[in-house]
Design a binder for this molecule. Structure first.
Ligand SMILES: O=c1ccn([C@@H]2O[C@H](COP(=O)(O)OP(=O)(O)O[C@H]3OC[C@@H](O)[C@H](O)[C@H]3O)[C@@H](O)[C@H]2O)c(=O)[nH]1
Length: 431
């Protein structure tokens, strides 16, 4: 079956054609097709596993394939041509940028996104750009990549700056989304001192900037501030259960002190703050070697390798799709809610169950694309990492009451889209 038949339905069974919300006098909705056209490039859209057949599509055929998924937006695609004989890629710049809203100056915000070239940041940048804002991305490219936002380079509303937030940065802006920090346990543990320095000094610098410019400041906190929780599900008034000297502490405690700093600046200096506690999130543009569970499982299953469950697989997580998170972040920034808000999906899985779900979805997508069934991949067990939380599920009552926000994407729908994204990267030789 070709991707043209992909339809995405929300938890109530209604088709999802737009993402974003109409809240607080601000309509942040954009068509899903437009977003997809930014992360599923034309040669990524494939209908079989024969790499030569894919790359030999003429431009017109490739556009037609792509149009099935992102109807009407092929004009705005960069053409990246893969040459299998030499394993090289030829990139072109966009001939035209996707149309962005023409906002009156009074509504157009100057938005700074730290970590804007990361997984979450790049999806936020896509939204803010399409909505007509002026966006500056700060990134040191430690875990982020220029390719995630390269489709906006050259646009008059967009600026990309290589900068590490541990150093001060000056700019005039109206809003700051502070996302900069490695988020995957193997990445944030590889240089623990740098991680805590980023959380502390990076947040200090950005709060200083918010104080000077009177910008509204949103910091990306995490479910990890609850540690290995004794309260389930986790609501925002729970203070958490964190090992302050364990290998995860650089991140958990770093984010906790970032929250403390944020509310210090609010009380002391009147800075207008927002705190999003983000639960496990996945989606396209996650680095395939990021090391977190969703990307690991999908890439392993696609490559026919053993899927690695840590421990006995009875620990739980609740996974949210990237578009739901971005809806929540934009709604929170626009709202009057200055208390911390959990942004996450309440659908909880044991990691063992989740491995089986991912395996089943990968097999389904492969069958639809005519890939002959090979040997079923095995699920194997590896040692449990130290201090790995045993359970995690957000209580999102506050997000519902204060933001009118609830997640719409089911794990099945989100994983299926992410499988297609990685499958295409694999076919291109990019995995
Ligand atoms: O290959 C793998 C990877 C991970 N896992 C397990 O899957 C669970 C989830 O692990 P992840 O690494 O994806 O994420 P964690 O929940 O441990 O941490 C995450 O929490 C929320 C965010 O702030 C961060 O993105 C990240 O720190 C853990 O129990 C982990 O042990 C596997 O079983 N196999």
């Amino acid at each position: 079956m070709s991707p043209s038949y992909i339809k995405t339905f929300d938890k109530e069974g209604n088709e999802i054609t737009t993402v974003g919300l109409d809240r607080f006098g601000f309509d942040s909705r954009v068509p899903l097709d437009v977003l997809r056209s930014l992360y599923l490039r034309s040669h990524y859209i494939i209908s079989n596993n024969d790499t030569k057949a894919i790359v030999n599509l003429s431009d017109k055929e490739a556009e037609a394939e792509h149009a099935k998924l992102s109807s009407g937006y092929t004009l705005f695609q960069p053409t990246s041509i893969y040459f299998p004989e030499t394993a090289s890629v030829s990139y072109s710049t966009l001939s035209r940028f996707p149309p962005v809203k023409l906002l009156p100056l009074s509504q157009r915000k100057r938005v700074l996104v730290t970590g804007g070239a990361g997984f979450v940041g790049s999806h936020l940048v896509d939204r803010l750009m399409l909505l007509g804002h002026e966006v500056t991305v700060l990134d040191n490219f430690f875990t982020g990549s220029k390719t995630t936002v390269s489709h906006w380079v050259g646009h008059p509303n967009f600026e990309l700056v290589r900068h590490d937030v541990v150093e001060p940065f000056m700019i005039e802006c109206d809003q700051i989304y502070h996302l900069a920090c490695p988020a995957s346990p193997p990445h944030y543990q590889v240089n623990a001192v740098k991680t805590i320095k980023t959380s502390f000094m990076g947040t200090l610098n950005m709060l200083g900037l918010a104080k000077r410019t009177k910008a509204r400041f949103l910091t990306s906190s995490t479910s990890e501030i609850y540690g290995d929780p004794e309260v389930h599900p986790q609501h925002e008034d729970y203070w958490g259960h964190v090992n302050p000297i364990g290998p995860r502490a650089c991140y958990d405690e770093g984010k906790r002190v970032a929250e403390t700093l944020t509310y210090g600046f609010q009380r002391q200096d009147g800075v207008d703050v927002r705190v999003a506690r983000i639960f496990n999130t996945y989606g396209p543009r996650m680095n395939p070697y990021d090391g977190r569970v969703v990307s690991n499982f999908i890439v392993q299953a696609l490559k026919g390798e053993d899927m690695t469950v840590y421990g006995d697989g009875t620990q739980t997580r609740s996974f949210q799709y990237i578009h739901d998170l971005i809806d929540g972040l934009i709604a929170l920034m626009g709202s009057d809610e200055s208390r911390p808000v959990n942004i996450g999906n309440g659908d909880e899985f044991t990691i063992g169950e989740f491995a089986e779900l991912v395996r089943e979805i990968v097999e389904k997508v492969q069958a639809e694309d005519g890939i002959p069934h090979q040997k079923r991949v095995e699920i194997v067990h590896k040692p449990m990492p130290t201090d790995d939380p045993q359970k995690r599920r957000p209580d999102t009552t506050r997000a519902k009451q204060s933001l009118g926000w609830q997640p719409r994407w089911t794990a099945r729908m989100g994983i299926e889209e992410m499988v297609r994204y990685y499958k295409a990267k694999l076919a291109e030789g990019d995995l």
